[in-house]
Design a binder for this molecule. Structure first.
Ligand code: ZN
Length: 514
């Protein structure tokens, strides 16, 4: 290797490290704002975070950074780089191209718009007034369309947005997957609705002291193998996971005193995200690959722990006695089975974040269909409230009578996050697909869960998924771990089998997804 190439690598590593250091400061300021800071901190802190981001962004797309990446991408240099560096450089170039094609003043105007739009959205939601938000959303959609034209696209325009969160995913693939999930899910729901066996949930709705709920969350997180020497649990209005640096991955939850399951499952969910971040190979630390393979794969980890493990019968055999010990006055007569049934009640509802594991995907498919048609100009923003309500009725059998319970419920669109929602469902699909392999790899899977011994499970997840970080795209990772590409059949089989038992339903075998 020439001295010149060594210098280039040194310069590249220096830039990457600097960017990570800036992001560490931003993350810590954001975490503080969401957890500990007084209300009064909000305005100036948000502005500071915005300025810091702009600096990181400017450096990322600077001529200096572009020239450096181009040098490293020259064949004679590139061939001499380690595999990790090759991938890191390629990733950074993709990221640079993504923004470089957008004139900075247009990007600035867009960021200013979304900052304002988030405040307007909150007001519109509170006042239940879509018209207030409509002009802002129209402008955001117009910006998205403009940016897609500038950035270019393959096939469907929406693909460019999908690729931002789920590299390699396309509308063509998703259309087929979601059509299958939608049909199977709706038919399962109809069966559940006519079942005479309905789980009772009243044991979850007693008064549950927040301090003792925290004890329960901490107990479970420790059992999962979440490392408190490299993380912590705090309270925030909306639970989230944030990497401050590789040795500091924090999670949050929120306690509802009238609902036992809320904080527990939020903590398990965020714990699943946290475990992923905590177990990425330290060797990737100084590169841009020390992150998850994609948003969908990240979500597969949280949903595995929350739903597939945390809402399983085996888990409640282990956890039932622990919950009864912490809340003896509320749960003395509640069997493990009663708790298992209670946390698995299926109930179509208006709000996505409160949805159960069957109806959840329908909330996502609805948003996906609307986003895709909006970006393609098939529908307009003004059509959204009506179409939203119609789809709710068709898919879930319920119709919101207020937009605050419908089209205005999520913050995502006000922040320009189009293409993000599908990753939640991809998380469910990937999780079921990984679990199939995980169970094959761990023959005494159920017995281990019944004993609360999750270590072999975590070790499997670390080895097969976590440690790789962003070394592989989601499709390649799936192929490597499961031997096939994305296949939603495993998810359908999982919910059909589980809920046939809970609701005493009769079933034919799930048909193959082709
Ligand atoms: Zn999540």
């Amino acid at each position: 290797m020439t001295n010149q190439l060594q210098d280039l690598i040194k310069e590249y590593n220096g830039l990457t490290k600097r960017r990570k250091q800036f992001l560490e400061v931003i993350s810590l300021m954001y975490w503080d704002l969401q957890t500990k800071a007084p209300r009064g901190a909000t305005d100036e802190r948000s502005e500071t975070i915005g300025t810091m981001y702009t600096e990181v962004f400017k450096e990322l797309i600077s001529d200096k950074s572009e020239a450096l990446l181009n040098r490293l991408l020259e064949k004679e240099n590139f061939d001499q780089l380690t595999k990790v560096l090759q991938l890191s450089v390629t990733n950074d170039k993709k990221e640079l191209d993504r923004y470089k094609k957008i004139p900075p003043e247009r990007y600035g105007a867009y960021k200013a718009l979304t900052a304002k739009a988030q405040t307007i959205w909150a007001e519109a939601k509170e006042k239940n007034d879509f018209l207030l938000f409509q002009p802002y959303l129209e402008e955001i959609v117009a910006f998205q369309q403009e940016f897609i034209e500038l950035r270019g696209y393959n096939g469907h325009k929406y693909n460019t947005l999908l690729d931002d969160y789920e590299p390699g995913m396309t509308t063509e693939t998703l259309d087929a997957i979601f059509a299958y999930i939608k049909e199977k899910t709706i038919s399962l729901l109809r069966k559940i609705e006519t079942s005479a066996h309905e789980p009772k949930v009243d044991i979850l709705h007693k008064s549950y002291d927040a301090k003792r709920q925290e004890e329960l969350s901490l107990r479970m997180l420790r059992d999962m193998g979440y490392d408190f020497d490299r993380g912590r649990l705090d309270i925030s209005a909306h639970p989230f996971t944030i990497k401050i640096n590789t040795g500091d991955v924090r999670i949050t939850t929120r306690y509802e005193e009238q609902l036992l399951s809320s904080a527990l499952f939020s903590s398990i969910h965020e714990g699943g995200h946290g475990l992923y971040e905590q177990n990425i190979d330290p060797a990737l630390r100084e590169t841009s690959l020390s992150e998850a393979a994609s948003t969908g794969v990240h979500e597969s980890q949280s949903r595995y722990w929350e739903n597939i493990l945390g809402r399983s019968q085996a888990f409640w055999k282990y956890f039932g006695p622990i919950v009864r010990e912490i809340f003896p006055e509320n749960l003395q007569g509640a069997s493990n089975e009663a708790l298992y049934y209670a946390v698995n009640k299926i109930q179509p509802s208006f709000i996505r974040v409160e949805a159960d594991e069957i109806t959840y995907n329908l909330h996502i498919i609805l948003r996906y269909e609307l986003e895709k048609d909006l970006i393609n100009g098939v529908i307009t923003v003004a059509d959204l409230p009506r179409l939203w309500n119609e789809k709710m009725e068709t898919y879930l059998g319920i119709k919101p009578d207020q937009d605050s319970q419908g089209v205005l419920q999520d913050v995502h669109w006000s922040d320009g996050m189009f293409g993000y929602f599908p990753t939640y469902s991809l998380g469910n699909i990937y999780a079921a697909q990984f679990t199939k392999k995980l169970r094959e790899g761990i023959p005494d899977y159920e017995e281990l869960i019944e004993k609360g011994n999750f270590k072999p499970i975590l070790d499997w997840l670390k080895e097969n998924i976590h440690r790789h970080g962003a070394m592989m795209q989601p499709e390649a990772l799936l192929e490597k771990v499961t031997g096939e590409g994305i296949n939603p059949q495993y998810f359908i089989e999982y919910i059909e089998e589980k809920y046939a038992d809970i609701y005493q339903l009769a079933f034919d075998q799930a048909e193959d997804f082709t």
